[in-house]
Design a protein around this ligand. Structure first.
Ligand code: G3P
Ligand code: CA
Length: 242
């Protein structure tokens, strides 16, 4: 079985992250999976954004939680990456699902519950409701750095797959695995390489963020289940030669 290639925030290396054009580029490249991050706006809408603030990736300023969907839609999420992508908006989770459907995407949709800094009240229920629109032939994978969020989501939808994200605190992930709340681990690739790999029977390993050719080859040779990369098109080329 080949290591799958999951597009991190879409094709983050070549398009503005977490935008519809970024997800489209990842699908067009042939990525096996799409990863993205969800947060809650002031008026309770599910917003696709990595940072708690919109400052780094858009031309406006403020926290997602303090802005309404209408206010977030005024932000330009493309221009800071390149003038070529001026006018690109911050998408909602619903819009991303629509994009996957339009493209007849059949891979994995990995939604990271971005609750590690702000524990958005009720986000898991809202996400679960929205995910009813996801076609059954798309594999749904939830992940989070926040074990409480994984526990809450697992209760709501035990049918989905769950992964624990971690950088240093592997203890929390071990506990989730022991309690059968997760079936996969998503570690930082640098952390992983410093420890000469990770062997954990029965759990699927998917390192992030694997951008260099060297790290890609390492993960492909280790036969990890998948990698997260900002460069899905490049990773597909590297994988061809393994
Ligand atoms: O899923 C891997 C990766 O997305 C986790 O880190 O900070 O890019 O959301 P981050
Ligand atoms: Ca993420």
């Amino acid at each position: 079985m080949k290591t799958k290639i999951f597009a991190h925030r879409g094709s983050k290396g070549t398009r503005p992250e977490n935008t519809l054009i970024s997800f489209q580029a990842a699908i067009d490249a042939g990525a096996d999976g799409i990863e993205t991050d969800v947060q809650l706006s002031k008026d309770g809408k599910l917003i696709i954004m990595h940072d708690e603030k919109i400052d780094r990736t858009t031309n406006l300023t403020g926290r997602v939680t303090d802005l309404t969907l209408a206010e977030l839609k005024k932000a330009d999420a493309g221009v800071k990456f390149s003038d070529e992508y001026r006018g690109e908006q911050i998408p909602t989770l619903e819009e991303v699902i629509e994009l996957l459907k339009r493209n007849n995407f059949k891979g994995t949709f990995n939604l990271e519950l971005k609750t590690n800094h702000i524990e958005y009240q009720g986000i898991e229920e809202l996400v679960n409701e929205q995910m009813r629109q996801l076609p059954a032939d798309i594999h749904l994978l939830y992940s989070s750095f926040n074990p409480n969020s994984i526990r809450r989501m697992q209760k709501i939808n035990p049918e989905a797959e769950f992964a624990s994200l971690f950088q240093f605190k592997i203890k929390e992930s071990r506990l989730l695995a022991k309690n059968h709340l997760i079936t996969s681990l998503h570690p930082d690739v640098t952390w992983l390489r410093e420890r000469h790999g990770l062997f954990w029977p029965k759990l699927l390993i998917r390192p992030w963020t694997v951008n260099s050719t060297k790290n890609m080859i390492y993960c492909f040779k280790k036969k990890y289940d998948a990698i997260f990369t900002d460069y899905p098109a490049k990773a597909l080329e590297v994988r061809k030669n393994i």
